[in-house]
Design a protein around this ligand. Structure first.
Ligand code: 5AD
Ligand code: SF4
Length: 469
C-alpha cells in the first residue's frame, strides 16, 4: 500500500467515526497560488472524511489554517485568528489544525505551543497528505499532534482535491526551490526543487479539460526550471510524450483539447531560455503576459539578493522577448527596502518599471525573515524610508496602469467569462489574455466561454466590455 492509499483508509475511518453526524469544516488560506492549490487538496481530504464546508467558522467542527510565511504580516494575522478562536475551542471542542509554510519554522511552532496550547494539530508542507491520519488520532485520543518533517519532501500523487472554481484550475508542476534569494524563506520551508512527472501533470490537465475547465495555471516556485534538477543530476524520470523540460511541457499542454488558455507562475529570469520563449511564441493558448519577477532594478541590490542577473541582463531579456513574441506584455514582483538599498539604487527600480511598462506590478515592502541571509545584513532600511519608496513606486505604477488601460479602449479582447460580478449579480466578469478584469452585461450562458469583447471604458481596476454576439 502506498502512502496515499494508507491515508485514504484513514479518511474512511474518520468518516465512520462521524457516521450519522453533520460535521463541518472551515479553512483559511494565506499566501500564494501554490498554497491555495494545497488548500484544495486539504479540502479534498476533509470532504473525503465526511466534512462539509462552512464559511462560518463558528459552525465548524474542525478549523484548518493553511499558513504562509513569506512576509511578516501573515504571522500577525494567524496569531490574531488564534486569539479569537480560543473561546470557541473551550466551549465546543472544535479541532484546530495549522499547516503550511509557517509550520516549518521552529520559532513559530514553539510560540504556538507556548501561547496557544489548545491547538490540536501542527502539520508541515511535507506532511500535508497525512492530515487524515492526524485527524483520526486526534478524534480517537485527543493527544496533540505535531507532524512536521524537516526533509526535502517527495512528490506525493493521488491526494483527493476539491477545486474552488469550475472554469480555471491550478496545477502544481513542481515543488520547492533551489535559488536561495537572500530575502526569501521559501527554500527553507518548501525544500529542494522536485518536479512532478510529465505523465501525472498531463493526465491531470486532460481530466480537467474533460470536466469542462478552460484555463490552467501551471504552478511552481521556479516553473521554468521544471525537470532541470532531474536532467542535471541524472535523476531518472519518465519522459512522456517527449516532455523533458518546461518548454516541451508547454507545447504538450497546448495540444490538450478543451483547454483554451494556459498561464504559469512564477518563472525566474535567469532560467528564461530560448526554448521557453519559442514555446510561448508558438503555443496559441499560452497567455502572452509573462510574469517576470524583477525584485529590484539595481545591479548591486540584485547581487545582494542573489538573483543572478544584472539590471542590463533583465532589460535585455525583456527586449529579446518583446522582439520574438508579438504583443507580449509583462507583470512583475518588486521588493522595496532590501538591506543596503540606497535612494539611487531604488531609482534603478523606478527606471526599469518605466522602461518595461508592466501591466501589473505586485509590490512588497521588504520583510525580515528569520534564517535568511537578508535578516543578518546590517544595513537594514528604516521603516519610514521603505514606506516612502513603496508609495513612490505605487504612484508610478498606478499612473502607468491608467495610461495602459486607456489603450484598451476601442480594442477587441478575447475574454474568458468566469462568472457573475461580485459587486453586481447582473453583470458578468472575465479576464483578458493579459489578465485584466473585464465586466460586461450579458447572458449567464456566456459563463465558461471565451468571447470577443469590445472594450468601451476603463476604471483603474477593471475594464468594461460589450458583447455583440
Ligand atoms: N519581503 C518582502 N517580499 C518578499 N517576497 C519574498 N520574500 C519577501 C520578503 N522577505 C516577495 C517576492 C516574491 C513574492 C512572492 O514575494 O517579490 O516574488
Ligand atoms: Fe524565493 Fe527566490 Fe525561490 Fe522565488 S526563486 S521562491 S523568491 S528563493
Amino acid at each position: 500500500m502506498n502512502k496515499v492509499e494508507q491515508e485514504l483508509e484513514y479518511m474512511e475511518k474518520v468518516k465512520e467515526y462521524h457516521q450519522g453526524k453533520d460535521v463541518k469544516y472551515a479553512i483559511f488560506t494565506m499566501g500564494c497560488q501554490l498554497n491555495e492549490n494545497d488548500s484544495e487538496k486539504i479540502e479534498g481530504m476533509l470532504v473525503g472524511m465526511g466534512y462539509t464546508k462552512t464559511e462560518d467558522s463558528k459552525q465548524a467542527d474542525i478549523i484548518v489554517y493553511n499558513t504562509c510565511c513569506v512576509r511578516e504580516n501573515a504571522e500577525e494575522r494567524l496569531f490574531g485568528k488564534l486569539g479569537e478562536i480560543k473561546k470557541q475551542k473551550e466551549e465546543k471542542g472544535t479541532v484546530i489544525a495549522i499547516g503550511g509554510c509557517m509550520m516549518q519554522e521552529k520559532h513559530i511552532t514553539e510560540k504556538i505551543k507556548k501561547s496557544y496550547p489548545f491547538v490540536d494539530i501542527l502539520f508541515g508542507t511535507h506532511t500535508l497528505y497525512k492530515l487524515p491520519e492526524d485527524i483520526y488520532h486526534i478524534l480517537e485520543n485527543r493527544k496533540k499532534i505535531e507532524d512536521i518533517a524537516y526533509i526535502d519532501g517527495e512528490v506525493i500523487e493521488g491526494i483527493p482535491i476539491v477545486r474552488g472554481d469550475h472554469i480555471k484550475a491550478s496545477v502544481t508542476i513542481m515543488n520547492g526551490c533551489n535559488n536561495f534569494c537572500s530575502y526569501c524563506i521559501v527554500p527553507y520551508v518548501r525544500g529542494r526543487e522536485r518536479s512532478r512527472s510529465p505523465r501525472d501533470i498531463l493526465e491531470e490537465i486532460e481530466s480537467l479539460a474533460k470536466q469542462g475547465y478552460k484555463e490552467v495555471t501551471l504552478l511552481g516556485q521556479n516553473v521554468n526550471s521544471y525537470l532541470r534538477v532531474e536532467r542535471e543530476k541524472n535523476i531518472p524520470f519518465e519522459e512522456y510524450r517527449g516532455v523533458n523540460s518546461f518548454a516541451t511541457l508547454l507545447r504538450e499542454v497546448n495540444k490538450i483539447e478543451g483547454i483554451e488558455r494556459i498561464r504559469f507562475v512564477s518563472p525566474h529570469p535567469k532560467d528564461f531560455t530560448q526554448d521557453v520563449i519559442e514555446a510561448i511564441r508558438d503555443c496559441e493558448k499560452v497567455s502572452k503576459i509573462i510574469h517576470l519577477p524583477l525584485q529590484a532594478g539595481s545591479t548591486s541590490v540584485l547581487k545582494a539578493m542573489n538573483r543572478k542577473y544584472t539590471k542590463e541582463q533583465y532589460l535585455e531579456l525583456v527586449d529579446k522577448i518583446k522582439r520574438e513574441i508579438p504583443h507580449v506584455v509583462f507583470s512583475t514582483d518588486i521588493i522595496v527596502g532590501f538591506p543596503g538599498e540606497t535612494q539611487r539604487n531604488f531609482e534603478d527600480t523606478l527606471d526599469v518599471v518605466k522602461k518595461v511598462g508592466y501591466e501589473q506590478v505586485f509590490m512588497f515592502i521588504y520583510s525580515r525573515r528569520v534564517g535568511t541571509p537578508g535578516d543578518k545584513m546590517e544595513n537594514q532600511i528604516p521603516e519610514e524610508i521603505k514606506h516612502e519608496r513603496f508609495n513612490q513606486l505605487k504612484a508610478l505604477v498606478e499612473g502607468q496602469m491608467e495610461e495602459q488601460n486607456k489603450t484598451y479602449i476601442g480594442t477587441v479582447q478575447k475574454v474568458l467569462i468566469e462568472g457573475t460580478s461580485k459587486n453586481n449579480e447582473n453583470m458578468l466578469t472575465g479576464r483578458t489574455d493579459s489578465n485584466k478584469v473585464v465586466i460586461l452585461e450579458g447572458d449567464k450562458n456566456l459563463i465558461g466561454k471565451m468571447v470577443n469583447l469590445n472594450i468601451i471604458s476603463e476604471h483603474m481596476w477593471y475594464l468594461k466590455g460589450e458583447y455583440r454576439g
